[in-house]
Design a protein around this ligand. Structure first.
Ligand code: ADP
Ligand code: MG
Length: 616
């Protein structure tokens, strides 16, 4: 039987696994270790070093060594190594080839196929680059799995029998070297269903290394950015070691020796928190987003699953314990979780008896819709969402639209992806047209049906209701085009666009408010918000009756306030917790962070979590 291996191709470390003896097993590399650093070094003679050796060479030959290239998968960036340019997928292929060899040695057979995991927010280009990397390494990669899905799968099938356990809602917090992926997963019967995903692909353990390294430089009168790459790497490496030491001891000394230079710095978990506070704050952003999008409260989570090497940091566990339900955190080998799950996937793909009934679903991370005529401003069409973001895939949704003008000859259906109110602020994916019989406005209608599948293929079907005439368009690219950083930027840009000075500030304010809510919500609520924006614009632009405008402004503001309050149900609780310092107080062990005691602690000024107190 042809074997299929599972690969966690990480930013920092990669692992390989396989389904064996009824369970997912990790495969050790030639050094007997499960983690192979995703680092490649090529010398002038063209020798390739992968993994731990390359990691050593990162310090000794930084100009011939590449790391963290996964961050640039699917982009044009290249790396000059050993006198030749390499693309990120070529470097990834070298790592994959090594893992393939390790697996072949371990299993004693040639391997031709692999399942590879990628961050949920990887865009289409990055996913394609990952498949290409597989091909370059001689591996057929039919299926790409999202990393959080893999973690959930690992968590669900630890018994190995794939038997139905209790229904539960998991929050998977995958914090690696370069990325943070958070997702909400519902498990019932044999189904593992991703409810919502979010993340930050510019946040990871290496940011903590960097914070420690910068602190070290500060204490020694150096400027990190002004140092040579070689010295930077020496300091970063020591910083990472010191950081990892802190998962075993409360206090450590970071020592850097580099040529003439010698320096030391004491590091404790408290100090680590102090110098990297902004990073902690950023960790919560995607946690909130998945809860909001999944319409779940913190307390509905039955388990918090920690994945990724950075989750071994006690400060991070402490921080999350403070914000998430107490006592439900699963800490089992965070850095093996993903690979173990991809191994289960490999088992499913091999149609193994024990797991063949496990079903893994996926979700669509962005809203897909079409543009509709805007009465208020004919130049700017409005986004009519058809498939809401976080819909479970495969997914099929239908919606009916009417003609917008008298004697219209045809209807054009533009396909957009994104959360903004105006389509021109979303991403255009394609279009198709159908002819309709000429009639008065609103008398002809078409039914638009979007079908979106697990491989990111969108099929758009249009039917003219009166004639039965049909048209179809298949859209395969551009379905995963935004990563979280871009999305954040894009939402920020949106706010910018609408904060321009306007004559009628109050009117503009209300419209901007509505648009923001439109981007933040889904489903019926969003439709309702859209209708009110449209109505209000109609009043302002067409009717122009000041009394009516004022009256409606009040009513609509009332409604928007309620919508906001609904969205804040979660945010309030978060804010209260965020102001509370108890999560990092070493003596508060065991105290219930939601109990009354912590409230009064938070009120004492000097106990604010960001104000020192690092020596107790
Ligand atoms: P990726 O998925 O990005 O490849 P991993 O899940 O392997 O990453 O995590 C790598 C990160 O975990 C690195 O930044 C590393 O410093 C960090 N890490 C590993 N072990 C520890 C530890 N014991 N304490 C703190 N951080 C750790
Ligand atoms: Mg990882």
């Amino acid at each position: 039987m042809e074997r299929i291996i599972g690969i966690d191709l990480g930013t920092t470390n990669s692992l390989v696994s396989v389904w064996q003896d009824g369970r997912s097993r990790l495969i050790p590399n030639s050094l007997g270790e499960y983690l192979t650093p995703s680092i490649v070094s090529i010398d002038e003679e063209g020798h390739v070093y992968v993994g731990k050796i390359a990691k050593e060479r990162l310090t000794s030959h930084p100009e011939h060594t590449a790391a963290l290239f996964k961050r640039f998968m699917g982009t044009e960036k290249t790396y000059a190594l050993g006198g030749r340019e390499y693309r990120p997928e070529e470097l990834s292929a070298l790592v994959l080839r090594r893992l393939k060899e390790d697996a072949e040695r371990y299993l004693g057979t040639e391997i031709k196929e692999a399942v590879i995991s990628v961050p949920a927010y990887f865009n289409d280009m990055a996913r394609k680059a990952t498949k290409d990397a597989g091909a370059l390494a001689g591996l057929h990669v039919e299926r790409i799995v999202n990393e959080p899905s893999a973690a959930a799968l690992a968590c669900r099938s630890t018994g190995g029998k794939g038997q139905a356990e209790e229904d539960e809602t998991l929050l998977v917090f995958d914090f690696g070297g370069g990325t943070l992926d958070v997702s909400l997963v519902d498990c019932f019967d044999n189904v593992v269903e991703i409810v919502s995903v979010s993340g930050d692909n510019r946040l990871g353990g290496s940011d903590f290394d960097r914070a420690v390294a910068e602190q070290f430089c500060k204490e020694h009168g150096l400027c990190f950015d002004a140092l040579s790459p070689q010295r930077q790497n020496v300091i970063l490496r020591r910083a990472a070691q010191a950081k990892c030491m802190l998962s075993e001891t409360e206090q450590t000394v970071m020592t850097v020796t580099d040529g003439e230079f010698q320096g030391q710095m004491e590091l404790t978990n408290q100090k680590l928190i102090q110098i990297s506070m902004p990073l902690f704050h950023r960790m919560l952003v995607p946690v909130r987003a998945v809860l909001n999008d999944g319409q779940k409260e913190r307390l509905e989570i039955s388990k918090v699953v920690l994945a990724g090497g950075s989750c071994k940091m006690p400060t991070i566990q402490q921080y999350l314990r403070h914000f998430l339900p107490y006592g439900q955190m699963t800490v089992m080998d965070p850095d093996h979780m993903i690979a173990a799950g991809v191994g289960v996937y490999a088992g499913i793909k091999e149609r193994r008896e024990e797991v063949k009934d496990l079903l893994l679903t996926d979700i669509c991370p962005f809203t897909l819709g079409t543009g509709v005529y805007n009465e208020a401003d004919a130049r700017r069409s409005i986004m009519a969402p058809i498939i809401d973001r976080n819909s479970v895939l495969p997914c099929r949704k239908e919606q009916r639209f009417q003609t917008a003008k008298d004697f219209q000859k045809s209807v054009k259906i533009d396909v957009y992806q994104g959360e903004a109110y105006y389509v021109d602020e979303n991403i255009y994916l394609g279009e198709l047209s159908v002819d309709v019989p000429m009639a008065l406005k609103g008398q002809e209608s078409i039914t638009v049906c979007y079908t979106y599948d697990i491989n990111g293929i969108l099929v758009v079907d249009v039917k003219v209701d009166s004639t039965g005439k049909q048209a179809r368009q298949v859209i395969t690219t551009g379905t995963y085009t935004l990563d979280p950083a871009e999305l954040e930027q894009y939402l920020r840009d949106l706010e910018q666009l609408h904060s321009l000075p306007a004559d009628e500030e109050d009117n503009q304010m209300l419209i901007a408010w509505g648009e923001r809510l439109f981007a933040q919500t889904t489903g019926e609520l969003r439709e309702e918000i859209g209708r009110r924006i449209q109505y209000f614009q109609h009043l302002v632009n067409q009717e122009q009756d000041p009394y009516k405008i004022r009256k409606q402004r009040k009513y609509i503001a009332d409604f928007f306030e309620r919508a906001d309050r609904y969205l804040d149900t979660f945010a309030d609780a978060w804010q209260r917790l965020e102001d509370d310092s108890s999560w990092y107080e070493p003596d508060s062990g065991g105290a219930d962070p939601y109990g009354e005691g912590t409230e009064s602690m938070a009120e004492e000024e000097d106990l604010k979590w960001y104000d020192g107190h690092l020596t107790s």
